[in-house]
Design a protein around this ligand. Structure first.
Ligand code: KDG
Length: 356
């Protein structure tokens, strides 16, 4: 039987989800209890330490995934592999942490694909607007042939790419006024990731975009250096952007994946059985992150509303206005990304929609 991502996962999270329902009613966005570790202990020579760095904070779904990774690796290696987690860009932002892996001064990180397009141009396909109408369609591409090929291609330049995770659907926030149509973006200074396609998206919509590292974003919003930004609800809340942003628009304009990277220098020192363990743990971490992020999404949006954020929920007609205005971006970036890759993904999405 071909296991799809979702079916493979329900068995692990079912119990945790039940716990979650009780939790969300009382304390907003409490994280679900970590699933039990499955799989036998792995025997291999040597003791190892993994420093695992991410940019989001410890109250987000990404960090919850890392905690599950840590639990699996430490339990199944009987403590011979120790995992230390560093959230909040303590050891550098996505690009800095990736460079540290190449230098061998850090063992693992899980950046968004967007800031790494300068190293892996094909990653820009994930920055195309409105590419995945449903998250499961992203799963099918990332866990399928295309995603696996991308992990192989990204296992180069001193890195080993071993899995995918979910940053999620991005939503616009700003400190000035509600945004319901592209014209409302006129003159708004919007921070984007360090990624030319994202700059293109916001220029095409009429905003004034500026690229900036995630690590600098909260301060830039707080000091009014920029008026707005865009990130998934869970990142907006876990990074407390709602404290410096009064307005949000549910645009779902881009689905951003995380990619799990290991330093090749470290990987080459790991015995094969431990490599298999780390790779398996990374897959389970990514699936769990997706589940937590999706399970919490609506609850978090409600929490943000309850915290006083004015959230504009666009009608399908209003979304279509943004989508139509951004369609030229596909043509503009076709050669840079590769027409075949774009067509393959759009075809896969279309087939999935026809089967709905
Ligand atoms: O390290 C954190 C980033 O990977 C992530 O949050 C990126 O979405 C992102 C942003 O806006 O920078």
């Amino acid at each position: 039987m071909t296991t799809t991502t979702t079916t493979r996962f329900v068995s692990v999270v079912g119990g945790a989800f039940l716990g979650l329902t009780a939790l969300s009613a009382s304390a907003a966005t409490e994280m679900p209890p970590l699933p039990d570790v499955t799989g036998d202990k792995v025997q291999a020579d040597g003791d190892f330490k993994i420093k695992f760095s991410i940019g989001t904070t410890e109250s987000g779904a990404q960090y919850r995934g890392l905690e599950y990774f840590e639990k699996i690796v430490e339990q199944r290696s009987d403590g011979h592999i120790q995992v230390d987690l560093f959230p909040g860009a303590q050891l550098g932002d996505d690009r800095e942490a990736t460079s540290a892996l190449q230098a061998g001064t850090l063992e693992m990180t899980m950046p968004s694909t967007s800031p790494l397009v300068n190293m892996f141009p094909q990653f820009a396909v994930f920055d195309l607007p409105f590419l995945f109408p449903q998250p499961e369609m992203a799963d099918a591409v990332l866990d399928g042939e295309i995603g696996q090929q991308m992990l192989e291609d990204a296992s180069s330049q001193g890195l080993v790419a071993i899995g995918w995770g979910e940053n999620g659907y991005r939503q616009l926030t700003n400190s000035q006024h509600p945004v319901e149509k592209p014209e409302d973006l006129d003159g708004l200074k919007i921070r984007t990731m360090e990624n030319d396609l994202h700059l293109d998206i916001w220029r095409t919509l009429g905003a004034n975009p500026t690229p900036m590292s995630f690590a600098e974003l909260f301060t830039a919003l707080e000091q009014g250096v920029v008026d707005g930004q865009e990130n998934p609800w869970i990142t907006i809340e876990s990074s407390k952007f709602n404290e410096v942003q009064d307005y949000a628009t549910e645009t779902n304009h881009v689905y951003t994946p995380f990619i799990t990277l290991v330093s090749a220098r470290f990987w080459d020192r790991l015995p094969e059985d431990y490599q298999a363990l780390v790779r398996d743990a990374a897959t389970k971490m990514g699936d769990y992150q997706r589940e937590v992020s999706r399970t919490l999404n609506d609850q978090i949006k409600q929490d943000l509303k309850d915290s006083g954020m004015q959230i504009t929920e666009l009608s399908p007609e209003q979304v279509k206005v943004f989508q139509d205005q951004l369609e030229p971006v596909y043509e503009d970036w076709r050669d840079e990304i590769g027409g075949e890759l774009i067509d393959d993904i759009r075809e896969q999405v279309q087939q999935a929609q026809e089967q709905e």
